[in-house]
Structure formats: structure tokens, C-alpha cells
Write a protein that binds this ligand. Sequence first.
Ligand code: GLC
Length: 546
Amino acid sequence: MTRPFDALRSQERRLLTDDPQWFRTAVFYEAMVRSFADASDDGIGDLRGMIDKLDYLGWLGVDCLWLLPFYPSPLRDGGYDVSDYRAIAPQYGAMPEFTELVQAAHERGIRVIIDLVMNHTSDQHPWFQSSRANPSGPYGDFYVWSDDNTRYGDARIIFTDTETSNWTFDTVRRQYFWHRFFSHQPDLNFENPAVQETMLDVARFWLRHGVDGFRLDAAPYLFEDDGTDCENRPRTHAFMRRMRQLVDAEFPSALMLAEANQWPDDVAKYFGTEAEPECHMCFHFPVMPRIFFALREQRAAKLVEILEDTPNIPAGAQWATFLRNHDELTLEMVSTEERAAMYGWYAADARMRANVGIRRRLAPLLDNSRAEIELAHALLLSLPGSPCLYYGDEIGMGDNIWLPDRDSVRTPMQWTPDRNAGFSAAEPGKLYLPVIQSLVHHYTHANVEAQIAQPTSLLHWIRGMLAVRRQHPAFGVGEYVRSRRAASPSSPSCAERRRRPCSASRTWRPPRVRPPSPSTPSPGARWSTSSAGRRSRPSDRTAGSP
Ligand code: GLC
């Protein structure tokens, strides 16, 4: 088979820095093992496939790979339904390949963080099976059981499309169990010290296997209290502090990145204080939908407002920013009116919606407008925080709203115009999900190989932007000060933001992209300076495909 990416192998390799605050200037890249590349030709991405693509990530210029759960799992929630925390699902490979992946990434100057799903397990986890069958056994108290389903009645339901209660009756134990997500995902009982110890040991296990940290899934929900919404409880923060003490003492440069879909004041508490730190980083959920809101409103006001409502964070801590991820574009952190507007702008078809959000990818959301995709990335890369890219968005990959749940945005990565988009040599019907074949986003034109060959492609533009960001650490560590020209209620349009984004203290100017570097893969390739400057209006909706 042709290997169009072999040329990327010979490039100069970056080294890992020994900066313990590496994450403040890092660019993150989120990918699923299942979706990235299939080396075993069984239709499912695997660790070997991912190892083979590390040179691509090095060439693109990302600093940290965030791997979604790869643990054994019935896969009823994309792997967030874990049935063994200390193993690799066999379809992805085994521990030797995992450690090889981490080592090979490190050799290319790329760190690796993994998802740690602490709040819940799959109902197929042996702990749950034991808990339901043997209430007085060692796992009897590992989950939150109750004789009735009325406790914690103030807790909201998160998966509104599928669940009607946070309690489900178990016919074996003849009690209800508590779950904040799917009814096949019982919440662990963090009141039980053995649960806390076990989870800290799981963290140690993976850090000893070389990972550089964790995205802490569903961080706000570890503890429950009657009469509250059961989110962000003081004991949850106490546990985070404990985990941070372990990390600082035993694995000093490892990262804790919290997934807490909350308002800025509540999220900021997951940083703890300088004296008593919790997480190094937290995703800034409220910023994300406001980027999309600002694009359609053509005013930066909402974005500026939320940044002003964002408290200062402890020295050395960092926000994580993102445009899209593996979940729906959540609209929980906007007002009812803003949500209605966003559904109108971005999810006209009911199939585009999921729970309280929109299950579409970046390029289709922005009607494949190159100008808007560039503007969104320019904001992402210049707002306070470290940006996290979602695999495939760098080539303007499409989605498939006809697939169930969030599978719409989890289809195979598109590498080439060949069979299965170069993702796998398997029989096409065998793929874990079909590749995107929509008219606009068909993999025959939206693929890495084609975009590497085209110097003006979105992929080259994003790579250029990452290179510019890397030259200016101020984007990561600089202070955010609102410029006097930044948005006010009578603010200028988003186009104005584009020339002078609101992260003003970083004295941003349109990037002058550098001449070809020796690692530019195609001999005829040249860098384009035109794509950033040539389209002046974000309302230019016919700019062509990425
Ligand atoms: C997190 C994950 C999401 C998953 C949920 C429940 O929010 O991002 O994909 O469904 O946890 O496990």
C-alpha cells in the first residue's frame, strides 16, 4: 500500500521540555484510538495505527495527545463505561503497544494524557456485579445504593435524551443504584475510603506506565449531599486536593485536567488555591458556545462578558479552550434565549441535537466556510488558555447526523482518498462506523493526503498558526487584559475581533507565516500567507471548502 506520510518521518524531531508547567504553552490534540488508524485491518482503530501516525502529529505541531478511554468496555458510552481500569481493550492492542505509544510520542516531543473515568463504571464491571450480588461483600459498598428513589431529588438529569431518573432499580440486589449518566453506568461511592484508595491506585498505575496526566472525566459529581444539586461538593474538592498531593509528591510534572461543565466561578474552584492546589487545568466550558454565538451575532460582546466574569486563577494554573470535542456542543452554560438562538443558527434539523446540545462537527456547523473556520481557530489560539483540537477538525472533516448519539462526530479519521479514507484496509462494511461520504465533506477531498499536497489547505493554515503560536509563549502564559477597543455593547463586529482579538495584552497581529521549513513534506509545497488575509468578512459564507 502507498504510504503517503513516510516523508513526515524524516523531519527534525522536537524534544520534550523539562518544564513542569509544560501544559501552559501546549497545544492539545484529542483523539480516539478506535477512530484514528487501523493497523490490523479489522475495521477498528488500534494502538499500532496510532503509533504509525505520530509523525503526522509531530509534523502538525501538537504538544500533547489526549487519548479517550481505551479500557475494556461494553462500549455503550464510547468507552466511558469502563469494565476494567487497568487493562487495554483487546481490539486496540495490549500493554506493550501502549507503552510503546507513550515512548514513541515522547521521542517526538509529544506528551500523552488519558481519560480517567472516576465517577462511574460500566454495570458490567466486576465490582458492580459483586456489589449487586453480595451486599455485605468487599464491593457491597462500592456504589450508591438506596431502598427508594427519592434521595438527591435536586440533582439534574444530564442525559435528557435517554434518562428520566438518576436512580435505576436493580433486580438482583432489589435496591436502586445512583447514576448521573446512563442507567448502565452506576456511580461509584466516593464516601467509601476503599473507592478513593482504589481510584488513586488506578492513577498511579497509569502514571507508572508513563502517561503525562489525566483528563478527569465528570469531575463535579463524585459526592452527593441531600438538599443540593449534588455537584461541586466540598468533599469532591477535598478528594481533588488529595489526588494533587499524590501527583505532586510522586509524579511532579503530571497533569490533572478537569472536565467540569460549570459556570466560571464554580469551575475555577477546581484549580484550588496556591496553598492547596487541585487541578492544573480546567476546560473553560462557558467560553466555547460563546465563540459560536459571537460568530453568528457578529459581535464579540458575549465572549468578552464571559471572560470578564471569569475569576483570576492561581499562578501556574491554566484554562483549556476548545471548539469541538467528542461530545455534543453543550449548551448547558448559556441562557435559555441564547440556547434557542443557537439551536436556530446551528441545529435546524432535530437530528442535529442531542441532550442539551448539538452533535455536529466544526466544519458542518460553520457551513464549511473557510473564513469562519479560520476565525474560530484564530480565537481559539489567542484566547486565554491552552487550546485543544479535535481530531479531523484540522482537515474540516464532516459529521453524520444519521448515526446514533454522539457517534455522529466520532467517525474514522480521513487520511487519503483511498478505500475507507485510508483509515483501514478492512471490508468497508466492517468498519466500526462508516467514513463520511456526504456531498460536501466526502473523504475523497477532505483528507490529510490531499491537504498536505495543497499548500493553501486548511491543514497547512492550521499548522502555520500552531507554529506562530509556538514562537510566542505569551499566548499561553501572558496575562489577559481587555483592550480598550475590545467589545462593548456597541462593539464592532467579529471581523474587527479578527484583526485585533480581545486577548489584547498579547498584542496580536495577523500572523506572518514563515517560509517553507525543511520538514514541509511535499517538495513543491510553499507556505501561503494569503489565506489569513484574503478573506475579510466572516460573513463570506461561500469561501469554498477547507
Ligand atoms: C463525559 C464524557 C462523555 C461521557 C460522559 C459519561 O462527559 O465526555 O463522553 O458520555 O462523561 O461517561
